[in-house]
Design a protein around this ligand. Structure first.
Ligand SMILES: Cc1ncc(COP(=O)(O)O)c(C=O)c1O
Length: 376
C-alpha cells in the first residue's frame, strides 16, 4: 500500500504517447486509446440529423441535470428514481462529481484506490486535495478484500473502483462490491463504482452496484464506450437521495448543462438500438482478443485474458512497461501501447494494449517478430 505523491498523475500519459506515435517516422498500429473504432448505432446518426432541423428553442440550454426524457429512460433501465440521475459530460465528469461530493461531506479526506488504477482517479484526487491510498489487486485482477479492509478507515472519504476494469479486464463479483459498500457504510464513506464498460462484460458475471441499493454508493457510467461516441460527452451519475442535489448544483456551476444534441441523439438510440448492436460489439472484441492473445503466445509473452472491457495487458521478458520501452516499441516494432507504469506499481512490468483497432492481429504479429528477433 503506498501513498502516491507529487504530480505523477497531473498530465495523463495518454496524450503524450499518442503524440509520440503520431510523429513516428513509420506506420504504427495505435493501441493506446480506448476510443472505439467501430460505428455508433444508426439511431445516433439519425438522431443528430433530425436534431439539425429542429426549432431554435432546441438549440438552447438543456435542463442542467439533463433532458428529462433521457433521465427517465436511464432511470427506467437502471431501476432507480429519475431524481437520482444527473446527466454529465461523460463518466469523467460523473466520477469527478462523486469524488468532490465525497470530500465535501467532511467525513474523511482519503481516497482508497486500487493498483493498477485508471490514472484519472488519482489525478482527480490530487486536484481535490485528497490523500490517496492505493491497494494492489490480487494476482488474478480481482479485489483484494483483506487489503481493502485494512485500508478503509474513518479517514476514508471515498473508495473508487471500476468494473469491468481498465486496465486489468477483471469483472468484480457482486459479493466483493457488496463488501466494499458495507465497508463504506461502516466508515461513513462513499463507494464510487465506475461502470463505464458495463456493456462489455464477456463473463456474464457483471452486476451493477445499483442493485445493492446502498445510501453510500454512487454509480457512474456513460454512452462513450457503449455507443462508440467518446466525442459526444454524455454520461451520468446515480447518486443516493441525500447527495444528489449538491451534485446537481456543482454540475450546473461548472458546466451550465451538457450538450443538448448529443443527449437527444443518445435518447433516440436508447429507444431504437436493438440488443444485436451491443452483442456485435462484444463479438468483435472477443475476436480481437483471441487473435491478439494467440499472437502474444507466439511472442512468448504473458498476458491477461479480459473478462470485460477493451484492454489486454502483456508482459515481455526483460522489457518492463516503462515509457522508454513503449517508445522503443513504437519506433522499432510499429506498435503503440500504454506503459504499465502509468497505472501504478502493481503492473509496471506490463504494457496495456487497447483493442480499438481492426489491426490488432497485425500488431500482435509485429510484436511476435520483434521479440523473437530480439531473442536471437
Ligand atoms: C475507467 C474509465 N472511466 C472513465 C472513462 C472516461 O469516460 P468518458 O469518456 O465517458 O468520460 C474511461 C475512459 O477510458 C475509463 O476507462
Amino acid at each position: 500500500m503506498t501513498a502516491k505523491e507529487g504530480d505523477a498523475y497531473d498530465s495523463p500519459l495518454f496524450y503524450l504517447v499518442m503524440q509520440y506515435a503520431h510523429r513516428a517516422d513509420r506506420d504504427v498500429v495505435g493501441m493506446v486509446s480506448g476510443s472505439p473504432d467501430w460505428d455508433p448505432p444508426a439511431a445516433v446518426r439519425d438522431g443528430l440529423r433530425e436534431y439539425a432541423d429542429g426549432e431554435p428553442a432546441d438549440f438552447q440550454y438543456a435542463p442542467s441535470e439533463g433532458l428529462r426524457e433521457l433521465r427517465e429512460e436511464i432511470a427506467a433501465r437502471r431501476n432507480v428514481d429519475s431524481d437520482r440521475v444527473v446527466v454529465t459530460n461523460g463518466a469523467g465528469e460523473a466520477n469527478y462529481l462523486a469524488m468532490a461530493r465525497a470530500m465535501e461531506r467532511d467525513a474523511g479526506d482519503e481516497m482508497v484506490l486500487t493498483d493498477p488504477v485508471y490514472p484519472y482517479y488519482p489525478g482527480k484526487a490530487q486536484m481535490l486535495d485528497a490523500e490517496t491510498v492505493t491497494v494492489p489487486v490480487a494476482t488474478d485482477g480481482s479485489l483484494n478484500l483483506d487489503s481493502m479492509r485494512a485500508a478503509v478507515s474513518e479517514d476514508t472519504a471515498c473508495v473508487v473502483v471500476n468494473t469491468p476494469n481498465n486496465p486489468t479486464g477483471a469483472v468484480y463479483d457482486r459479493e466483493s462490491v457488496a463488501e466494499l459498500a458495507a465497508l463504506a457504510e461502516a466508515n461513513d464513506a462513499l463507494l464510487l463504482v465506475d461502470e463505464v464498460y458495463d456493456h462489455f462484460d464477456f463473463s456474464g458475471r457483471f452486476e451493477s452496484a445499483l442493485t445493492l441499493d446502498s445510501e453510500n454508493v454512487v454509480v457512474t457510467s456513460a454512452y462513450s464506450k457503449t455507443m462508440a461516441i467518446t466525442g459526444f460527452r454524455v454520461g451520468y451519475a446515480v447518486f443516493p437521495d441525500a447527495l444528489v442535489e449538491a451534485a446537481k448544483t456543482r454540475h450546473m456551476l461548472v458546466n451550465v448543462a451538457t450538450s443538448r444534441p448529443a443527449q437527444a441523439a443518445v435518447l433516440r438510440s436508447l429507444r431504437e438500438t436493438p440488443p444485436e448492436y451491443y452483442e456485435a460489439a462484444r463479438d468483435r472484441l472477443r475476436d480481437r482478443i483471441d487473435a491478439f492473445t494467440d499472437a502474444l503466445d507466439a511472442a512468448g509473452a504473458s498476458y491477461t485474458e479480459p473478462d470485460g472491457g477493451f484492454y489486454v495487458l502483456a508482459r515481455f521478458d526483460d522489457f518492463p512497461g516503462t515509457l522508454d520501452n513503449v517508445k522503443t516499441l513504437i519506433d522499432e516494432a510499429g506498435v503503440a501501447g500504454m506503459p504499465g507504469e502509468a497505472f501504478g506499481e502493481a503492473y509496471d512490468d506490463w504494457i496495456r494494449f487497447a483493442l480499438c483497432t481492426p489491426r490488432a492481429d497485425d500488431a500482435a504479429a509485429r510484436l511476435a517478430d520483434y521479440f523473437s528477433a530480439s531473442d536471437d
